[in-house]
Design a protein around this ligand. Sequence first.
Ligand code: N01
Length: 531
Amino acid sequence: MATLDAIIIGAGFSGLYQLYTLRDQLNLNCHLFEAADEVGGTWHWNQYPGARCDTESQAYCYYFNKKIYNEWNWTERYPSQQEVKDYLKFVAKKLNLFRSISFSSNVKEMKYFDKTNKWKIQLDGGNTFDARFVIMATGCLSSENLPIIANQEKFKGKILHTGKWPKENIKFNDLDVGVVGTGSTGIQVIPEIAKTVKSLTVFQRTPNYSIPARNQKLNLKELNLHKNNFEYLKNVSINNRHGHPWKHSTTPIHQVGSVKDSMVLNKAWEHGGLSFRDSFSNINYDECANSVVSNFIINKIQETVNDPVTANDLSDFDYPFGAKRPALDTHYFETFNQENVKLISIKKTPIDSFNHNGVLVNSIHYPLDIVVFATGFDAITGSLLKINIIGKKGKNLKSEWKKEPINLLGLQIPNFPNLFTITGPGSPSVLTNMPRAIEQHVDWVTMCISKLINMKKNKIEASHSAALAWLDEVKLESERTMFLKTSNSWYLGTNVKGKPKGFIPYSGGLDKYTNICNAIAQNGYKGFIIS
Ligand code: N01
């Protein structure tokens, strides 16, 4: 391979679009390396039963190309994991991207050389490639978090993690299965597994608020409505906080009176989906308003679940709605009314250990054939830190980020010139509909590289002081929200042992963030050092 202008790492939504813009819009010599054997990113690895996106399909796709938008026909309100993967394959084929992608190519190490202003990328197996620019499109939720539990090696059954689900068809029929974890993933996988198992034991450390998804097949009329309203959907999505194609309410919860409050909430509940969070303007900012919504959901759980002890365990929240990422579900709470399903709260007594045929909790043995860990991810920073990244003067990213993930706008890291992170820490990323945040980042990076080339400059790098000031801004924004009203969430990094604690994404909204990024670019990339 000839010397490259740019290397892109990861073939999910970010990497594919970045490859297209750099290769076909800027005419750069680019190549993309992907660890998996297919496109898809997180949607490749998370192929567990029930995996489905909780953003609606008309918005969980690219908006940069209207023709592609019109050619693809989604079949359901929320796309299944397989359908998202098929969609990404379709886009990659349409844009003729496959010829610039190497699959089964895991990047192990990358090092910057000041003298040549080049990055050297090394793959597992030793092959190396040089490029001036590197774009990390490694995903926010791509590094699985597998707890270490004593005597795991003694277990004779199968241990699976939802985030690295095997390709083979796993049969649960007539088996005793345990699921650990009740976040968005657990809430999706539990009802699916419960359909065929002999018994399902759910080990819950923290209950999760969940809203009905109300998934359904899309008919031609609905599909056409989305296509005919493309410009409107796009406009609404990029000009709001969360990147979804609806406007959030501007009415605070107590302004309309409690009967009306509950009417509005009931209507949003019946409609289903994440727009429930936006049914009032102050749910994420005002504790009193939030408690109305939290109590509304608690009542729904208690009405749904027959056994009062299970209902209480499922709704025993020690944090407000939205402090942790709420889930969308299809009959999650109803699943606990099945005779073959039981909930074990491990809040006070964690799983003690494995033995050859199950796990022990509080000296009670639970016999199991399969244990499914739906225990989430080392989010946002995990997939970057899995690679040994060495910047200027031998600076290692792991050491640089030991205390906090210092970066500017989630786009660049001081001492790591010409390295860009798509939806990196300190950007809205996981707080938004991801494709909108991704397109905004990719467009910004593409414009930045184009300007550098036109200005005949060699490199761009975040300044240390600007990066620290941005981290202050990220903290300030988070203090205005409910996100800090829990001591434990993957947003805070507390789910991973040894990870620095602090709210990672930017919570000021995608609209505000986009304006900040654009202003910085128009202002000669203030805060960045160009040389
Ligand atoms: O992971 P999570 P996830 N012992 O970290 C528990 C996106 N997503 O994969 O809360 C026992 O949220 C942990 O307990 P606790 C979405 O953004 C999207 O479910 O730490 N339990 C928690 O219950 C989502 O938010 C979609 O006390 C342990 C669970 O495991 C994000 O991915 C679908 C444990 C982990 O929940 C992550 O969701 C799925 C231990 N040692 C995911 N360690 C869609 O678009 C962890 N837990 C639909």
